[in-house]
Design a protein around this ligand. Structure first.
Ligand code: PFF
Length: 445
């Protein structure tokens, strides 16, 4: 039986869905703490440069591959050149791993929303977080709930599930984060945090190695934040109709994503400084430092609730895109129903995520090469599979499929102009692969 391929109901719907995939925990959880740990404004500047050099051309290429082939990542590469199917497989595997642990953190977010709804301020937020994540059962139940919500949306399909939810959640998100950012910026002494975020300070960079380290984190962040290197945009692009303008989408999506990262920085960093905390605390920033900030703020419970609601909306619209990558692969390849293609993989991801969750508690010391299950999952996806997926995609587009073919796809067979084609070609053939390779190799050694 052949399935008729679904489509987005409009290009606007696609942009909303793709932007919602991009805007997620990467913007609200990772970006602020990465900025905090990597010297503030300098990280922001390098990040912006990488968005232009790597983000936009790779995003454009992924969408073009998807729309050209109308297939899932593995099927897409296979259709153009069989030998390169492995790049699609890397992407699907990567989505699989990311969703396993993404859902664990999504579960933490729901727990925090519930805590704020119950009206109690989170007192002593540092121990609160440690106690919560180290329990064997409770975090797994929240992780299960997050996965169930993700599955329920994806089973409804493209236009009725993913697109509809994104069109509601994205504007809500923008509204809520704006309120929190305004509140944060209006706090007494918030200036210092603002300065940290937007005025470069070179004191923290003492060697070339420090600089390289910041570049490394910024590149990883660009991939993660724009959902690149794992076929999410190939999948979303595969539901696009042939007359849409890919170039426009390749500008609007990174713009929206960057706007959210900056708003998240503005919502968090000034508040953290205003209450005398330091932003270098790493992944615990929004779960440990921020609740302490809300605790000392007037109407802190309301702002805390709003903030975690934003994070939840953002996380769920990203997790559905991760599940859709795997689901579309199962639908295309095994001809399973959409329901089966979402349930079965999600169940396996839930099980893997369970071990990731336990690695904050009972399995904390069960390690391989000094990494617990959570560390291994993030290492494999962020440091190995995502950059490799991106690197091979650039080589594939630049040297196998060829600039001429991709240009044809981008211009809708010559109907649209593509004045920046020479720039695009240089970025995809030389600059992006060279950057990824240098940074990839330095990470490993
Ligand atoms: N871009 C998402 C975020 O910033 O949280 C994470 C993500 C979603 C990565 C989908 C990859 C992906 F395919």
């Amino acid at each position: 039986m052949t399935h008729k391929r679904e489509n987005w109901s409009s290009n606007f719907g696609f942009i909303m869905a793709a932007a919602s995939s991009a805007i997620g925990l990467g913007n609200l959880w990772k970006f602020p703490y990465m900025t905090g740990m990597n010297g503030g404004a300098i990280f922001l500047i390098i990040y912006l440069v990488f968005i232009i050099l790597l983000g936009i051309p790779i995003l454009l290429s992924e969408m073009a591959i998807g729309r050209n082939t109308q297939l899932n990542p593995l099927g897409a590469y296979k259709k153009i050149n069989k030998k390169w199917s492995f790049v699609g497989a890397i992407g699907i595997l990567c989505s699989f791993i990311i969703l396993s642990y993404y859902s664990v953190i999504g579960g933490w977010v729901i727990k925090y929303i519930v805590s704020f709804i119950s009206g109690s301020k989170i007192k002593d937020s540092f121990t609160y977080f440690e106690n919560f994540v180290s329990q064997p059962l409770e975090p797994i139940l929240w992780h299960l709930l997050f996965m169930i919500i993700t599955v329920s949306i994806v089973t409804f399909g493209i236009s009725k599930g993913i697109e509809r939810i994104s069109k509601i959640f994205l504007p809500a998100l923008l509204f809520l984060i704006l309120i929190v950012a305004i509140k944060s910026l209006s706090l007494p002494n918030s200036n210092e945090g603002l300065k940290f975020f937007i005025v470069p300070n070179f004191k923290g960079i003492n060697s070339f190695n420090d600089f390289l380290n910041i570049c490394l984190h910024a590149m990883g962040q660009v991939f993660f934040s724009l959902s690149l290197g794992m076929g999410a945009l190939i999948t979303y692009g595969s539901y696009l109709s042939k007359d849409t303008n890919l170039k426009k989408s390749a500008i609007i999506i990174p713009l929206l994503d960057t706007l959210f990262a900056i708003l998240a920085g503005l919502a968090i960093l000034p508040a953290v400084f205003a209450f005398g905390y330091k932003p270098q605390s790493g992944p615990g920033l929004i779960f440990q430092v921020l609740p302490a900030v809300f605790n000392s703020m007037n109407f802190g419970i309301i702002f805390g609730f709003m903030f975690f609601l934003v994070v939840f909306f953002a996380a769920i619209t990203s997790s559905i895109s991760l599940l859709e990558v795997v689901a579309s692969f199962c639908i295309d390849t095994f001809k399973w129903s959409r329901r089966k293609s979402t349930f079965l993989p999600a169940f396996i991801m839930f099980l893997i995520g369970t071990f990731a969750s336990l690695s904050f508690g009972p399995l904390k010391n069960t390690t391989l090469l000094n990494m617990n299950v959570f560390d291994i999952a993030t290492f494999l996806s962020d440091k190995i599979l995502m950059p490799l997926g991106g690197l091979f995609m650039c080589l594939f587009v630049g040297y196998v499929w060829g600039i001429k073919n991709i240009s044809n796809e981008i211009t809708n067979n010559g109907k649209l102009s593509f004045r920046l084609e020479p720039v695009f070609s240089i970025l995809i053939k030389y600059i992006a692969p060279a950057l990824i390779l240098i940074i990839f190799i330095t990470t490993l050694f």
